[in-house]
Design a protein around this ligand. Sequence first.
Ligand code: A3P
Length: 311
Amino acid sequence: MQSTEKKPAVVRMSDDPKKMEFTRSVLFDFHGVQMTKYFTENWEKIQNFQARPDDILIATYPKAGTTWVSVILDLLYFGKTAPERHTSIPIYERVPFLEITFPSMDSGVDLAENLATTPRLIKTHLPIQFVPKSFWEQNCKIVYVARNAKDNMVSYFHMDRMTLTQPDPGDWNTYLHRFMEGKVLFGSWYDHVNNWWKKKQTYSKLHYMFYEDMIEDTGREIDKLCFFLGLSPSAEEKNQIMYGVQFDNMKKNDMTNYSTFHVMDFKISTFMRKGKVGDWKNHFTVAQNEEFVEDYKKKMKDHTLQFRTEI
Ligand code: A3P
């Protein structure tokens, strides 16, 4: 008799993270972008992923607010009919990470293919040139979230420290320079945000959001998102979503705070870390800031794309 039991993800392989061994991955040049084996090993399957017209892709540079927007979308679509999802299924299973391939864990492609929901919500950190072509062919809706470079980098630094499969971040000053050179996983922040921004000019089904706007007025940004998606939640539903996605509530919720994802060492840092605009001020020295801003001006030539580093 065949078992119908679902194969557990590696992240639940052991209840005791100490019993699990992880190796930090090494960056290499992959078609001009710094990548690691965990996001390239399944490349053919990733590239051949068959998107459906009603799939929604959540695309971001790592640490831009992916999880926040993923939870919002999940609640918008399924919060009314299946509210238990929010307290029983980790967000990385509700919204699979397309390009991830960890040993002994269902790959992101497998998880996405097996999603029983309509629409399927799928997450990616891929730079635009790597997005599987079926998403464009099927004219899928895409929600892109961007975050200012300085806070994005700080968040990524802490993520790399605590995620034991990420490349070793080194010290802060080394990391800052590596980030400026695009020598971090998924490559250059500058290229990522700019190329997705350019795409928005020609692809109408792309909604480009900013983390800082979400912090400033989450309700307003949810309204804009709903307009893009063609959704009209009731005032009560919207209030419930707003409550569920408050920083403190997501931090307390094991299904959104990544505490079940055992490749992360929460003794080093937490996934729901600060959730603020401007934390970069606690990390950059005056000299580092000057150097960073000088370099930023050279790289960010498109003045239609503006980020706020404080609100
Ligand atoms: P910090 O490390 O600055 O705290 P991603 O989901 O793309 O990995 O992004 C993670 C970042 O988004 C973290 O930033 C995390 O705290 C922040 N974040 C997640 N949910 C949030 C929320 N509800 N409100 C504000 N920030 C949130």
